[in-house]
Design a protein around this ligand. Sequence first.
Ligand SMILES: NC(=O)c1ccc[n+]([C@@H]2O[C@H](COP(=O)([O-])OP(=O)(O)OC[C@H]3O[C@@H](n4cnc5c(N)ncnc54)[C@H](O)[C@@H]3O)[C@@H](O)[C@H]2O)c1
Length: 344
Amino acid sequence: MTAPLKGAVIGCGFFAQNHFAGWRDVAGAEIVAVCDLDRARAEAAARTFAAPPRIYTDAAALFAAEALDFVDIPTTMETHEALVGLAVSHRVPVIVQKPFGPNLAACRRMAAAADAAGVPLMVHEDFRFQPLFRRLKALLTAGEIGQPTFARLSWRTAIDVYSNQPYLVHTERFMIMDVGVHMIDLARFLLGEAESVFCRTQQIKQGIAGEDAATILLGHRGGATGIIDLSYAAHRDPDPFPQTLGEIEGEAGSILILPGEELVIKGRGGSRRERIAHDGRPWTSEPWRQIQDSVVRTQQHFVDALRAGTEPETSARDSLGTYAVVEAAYASAATGRAIDPATL
Ligand SMILES: NC(=O)c1ccc[n+]([C@@H]2O[C@H](COP(=O)([O-])OP(=O)(O)OC[C@H]3O[C@@H](n4cnc5c(N)ncnc54)[C@H](O)[C@@H]3O)[C@@H](O)[C@H]2O)c1
């Protein structure tokens, strides 16, 4: 048995609670330190572990004192560049929450710094680690529906996202950064890179700083057309949160993603339905279960890649493709033109 990798978590806020629970389920890693500017949050986080980690309120002090194999950074995006830079300067591998950075230039600077230092840097992009999307990818790779021609990925809800994440009220790049990045990563995972991005944004709720709805039209290099539609102002019964719904059509069939984590497949293997349920770990709770389970799978992928010395799927380098589409979407929304992300 090799010793578990020793890690620290910087940021003990709302979503980090899932990270703490997740790390307890990950094989081959243990959390030895937690850090938050707010000491009470760090102390509360430490109490959730059977072997309480050491507590810091200053990330520089954490890196100076601890010998770490990795650091997990579930803070908000405007803090990432400084914290990732600190980790890289100490040659500590990083997994950092989405959104990677507030704009493409910041993402590129972080990726370049990690690359130059030879330090692994992965973006915590959990949607593609949901079992449903692993199954979908396997079906596409096996040629079940032939060459994809059309895809729609849809996230529409009116859940009160502002209570748990009050900073979203003031976030100027809101819907595409908050949920669009997940859908864009999924579109790239399933269909490959996009060479054309057209986007229309809407601000439906009064009094917020950014867009709370966006519709993105993607032209994928393989020829498929993709639609990503996102809304935090879609009043539905039942509210599908946090499910990603949609469909993929190919030259030889189609796969529908229906509520209840159900795939309806018409393809080379005939017509059938499959339910691809999430894990349902005991610490998870509705309606977040599907997301919470994929946090552990994302963390495990990071640890496995570190141990194997391989590049994780959503490395900083790979994620630049996602954030180029994000930048193209905002540029398209501002200009009314389709943008090729490769030109940015
Ligand atoms: N992957 C997902 O499904 C998912 C879901 C929800 C949120 N998120 C992401 O998680 C991230 C965090 O969101 P949140 O709602 O938990 O934020 P939050 O504001 O509740 O928590 C952030 C914490 O980081 C701390 N912090 C900030 N700068 C720090 C620093 N320099 N050193 C130490 N601590 C610092 C803050 O004090 C705060 O406690 C966001 O980027 C959000 O988009 C991801």
